[in-house]
Design a protein around this ligand. Structure first.
Ligand SMILES: CC(C)(COP(=O)(O)OP(=O)(O)OC[C@H]1O[C@@H](n2cnc3c(N)ncnc32)[C@H](O)[C@@H]1OP(=O)(O)O)[C@@H](O)C(=O)NCCC(=O)NCCS
Length: 155
């Protein structure tokens, strides 16, 4: 059974969730980025605010997915905040609703913090966010290439 928790409740899982993200995107990154990702996840596990939070999907006590909430994502869109970052589910757990449950937990938390609107930049998962009720806002370019910015108004 999959459960959703905060990384603040499971700081011992910080290395595991970074490993999941590193397996997905680390191949394109310089090695020193790994240490920065660890520092960010450690910060997310200590804080739990609209500018630093993380949610983890668990199968028993194993981390199988993660999503973070950060103040900024794209350098040229620092007038918008906060951003959904690092959404990733282990390949063998995809297509079973884990990602949408992680996103719903993050949205519920942000709404409770009176965040009026969330943002996300994605290269390959636009359809996932649209299935989850997000609206396309426009195109943008990050270091790795072009992608789509989507937004969701929270009630
Ligand atoms: C994107 C990702 C997190 C989705 O997680 P998931 O657990 O597979 O998502 P869910 O099972 O909750 O899917 C919810 C819906 O979105 C759809 N969906 C999921 N991933 C999709 C994708 N990459 N493209 C198109 N549709 C997708 C599912 O088919 C499902 O639709 P349904 O409601 O009609 O069944 C996962 O595919 C992943 O880790 N991808 C690689 C990393 C990535 O691209 N992350 C996004 C960074 S912004």
């Amino acid at each position: 059974m999959i459960t959703i928790a905060t990384l603040a409740e499971h700081p011992e899982l910080v290395p595991d969730v970074v490993e999941i993200a590193w397996r997905e995107w680390g191949g394109l990154q310089p090695e020193h980025e790994h240490a920065r990702w660890l520092r960010e996840a450690e910060r997310d596990s200590r804080l739990h605010s609209p500018t630093s939070a993380a949610f983890v999907a668990l199968d028993g006590d194993r981390a199988v997915g993660v999503v973070q909430l950060h103040e900024f994502e794209l350098d040229d869109m620092r007038d918008r905040s906060p951003w959904v970052c690092g959404m990733v589910v282990l390949p063998e757990y995809r297509g079973a609703g884990v990602g949408s449950r992680l996103l719903a937990a993050l949205e519920q938390f942000a709404a409770g913090q009176r965040v009026p609107r969330l943002w996300v930049f994605t290269e390959h998962a636009t359809a996932f966010y649209e299935r989850c009720g997000w609206q396309r806002h426009g195109v943008a370019v990050q270091d790795d290439g072009p992608g789509i910015v989507l937004t969701r108004v929270l009630s």
